[in-house]
Design a protein around this ligand. Structure first.
Ligand SMILES: Cc1ncc(COP(=O)(O)O)c(C=O)c1O
Length: 368
């Protein structure tokens, strides 16, 4: 039987088994342990963040960030429309209101010009702008300088969703470390996975300590149980940390391979589809994304690949188009909708070789 090619499967070719065995053998099957400590150390080294809090998912990390920044009912949070829903859902956990901002064509991330327009309108309408969540989607660094300048002008907090951008830097600084709080995800399809998991990044000790406490059921540091606020069970298990630790050790090799894969697609799809690259910032090439010619339907190409047991995915279906968000405000320039209509993510697992890419590219070319 033909083996299925997945979009971005885990590649466990490092010390994963060794570290999991060590975690089990030493009985550290808990949300504390040496593998967790080592993961924190590695992530600090990789990102330059002063404080790293491992948690059980990227989604919980975003929720903790909103809690720590006091985002609450009635607050407006500006967020990208072109992202995975997990960027946005925690805003609703807090009963705050998202306002969706379209992306710009260079990086496919939040457009700073539309963002400012949305903030000005909200202020004029006497709403309560509180925070901005930006994402570095597909590992492409957003126009962070411009977004931070707008945020500063209107005194808004910024959360960076760097779930997809571990290893991506912008002007030599790691994504997720530009603003008060950044987050990472280690879910199964990410460059570095722990099976499940995420992390919060911050340089602010008070924010870190608050989020640490919230993630641990808001237990006060007392010899008895005391809770002054509502807590969450968001800590990461040491066994997941063991996997993520081994993966983080291989971050540079993984990125180098992902870049090779993207270059192979660009070479073998030349003249048929446009492989997305960004000009500014050093990205991690997490998923190769292509834009197809206008007259081609991505679902037709997806179907052809599927017939050969090859998984592909449409680009993010914008949040403003989701039934769950149909009542929310959206500032549009048409870009998210246009790339959604013509784009496709191709298999980008680090186990793939050039022959695999030639095979996938041939199927795509035949389907056009
Ligand atoms: C952009 C983005 N934000 C947030 C998340 C949420 O991360 P997790 O799946 O670890 O909760 C993901 C990944 O799933 C993501 O791709």
């Amino acid at each position: 039987m033909q083996k299925r090619v997945y979009l971005s499967p885990p590649d466990l070719s490092g010390n994963e088994l060794k570290y999991v065995q060590e975690a089990l053998a030493s009985n550290w099957v808990a949300p504390v342990g040496p593998q967790l400590d080592a993961l924190v150390f590695q992530l600090k080294k990789a990102t330059g963040a002063e404080y790293v809090l491992p948690v059980n998912s990227g989604t919980s990390a975003i929720h903790l960030a909103l809690l720590a920044l006091n985002v609450a009912q009635g607050d407006i949070v500006f967020c990208p429309t072109f992202t995975f829903a997990a960027t946005v859902f925690p805003i609703l956990y807090q009963k705050a209101t998202p306002i969706f901002i379209d992306c710009e064509a260079d990086t496919w991330n939040m457009d700073p010009v539309l963002l400012e327009q949305a903030i000005i309108d909200s202020i004029q309408q006497h709403k309560k702008p509180k925070a901005i969540i930006l994402a570095h989607i597909y590992g492409f660094a957003a126009k962070i300088d411009a977004i931070l300048a707008v945020a500063g002008k209107y005194n808004l907090s910024v959360i960076e969703d760097a779930a997809e951008s571990l290893g991506t830097s912008y002007h030599a600084k790691h994504t997720g470390t530009f603003s008060e709080i950044g987050i990472l995800s280690f879910n199964g399809n990410k460059l570095v996975t722990g099976g499940n998991g995420g992390a919060v990044l911050t340089n602010d000790q008070m924010l870190y300590e608050h989020m640490l406490r919230l993630s641990n059921q808001a237990k006060e540091d007392k010899p008895y149980y005391e809770h002054k606020e509502i807590g969450y069970n968001y800590r990461m298990c040491n066994v997941n940390a063991a996997i993520a630790l081994a993966q983080t050790e291989q971050l540079d090799q993984k990125i180098a391979k992902k870049k090779k894969i993207r270059d192979w697609y660009a070479l073998h799809l030349k003249g048929f589809a446009t492989v997305k690259y960004v000009v500014e910032g050093i990205d991690n090439a997490w998923l190769t994304c292509i834009l197809l010619p206008d007259q081609v339907k991505p679902e037709a190409v997806q179907q052809k690949l599927e017939e050969h047991q090859i998984e592909s995915r449409r680009l993010w279906n914008p949040m403003n188009a989701q039934p769950v968000f149909e009542k929310e405000i959206f500032y549009s320039n048409g870009i998210a909708d246009s790339i959604y209509r013509t784009g496709l993510c191709l298999p980008s697992g680090t186990q793939l070789n050039e022959e695999d890419i030639i095979h996938i590219a041939d199927i795509i070319k035949r389907s056009l």
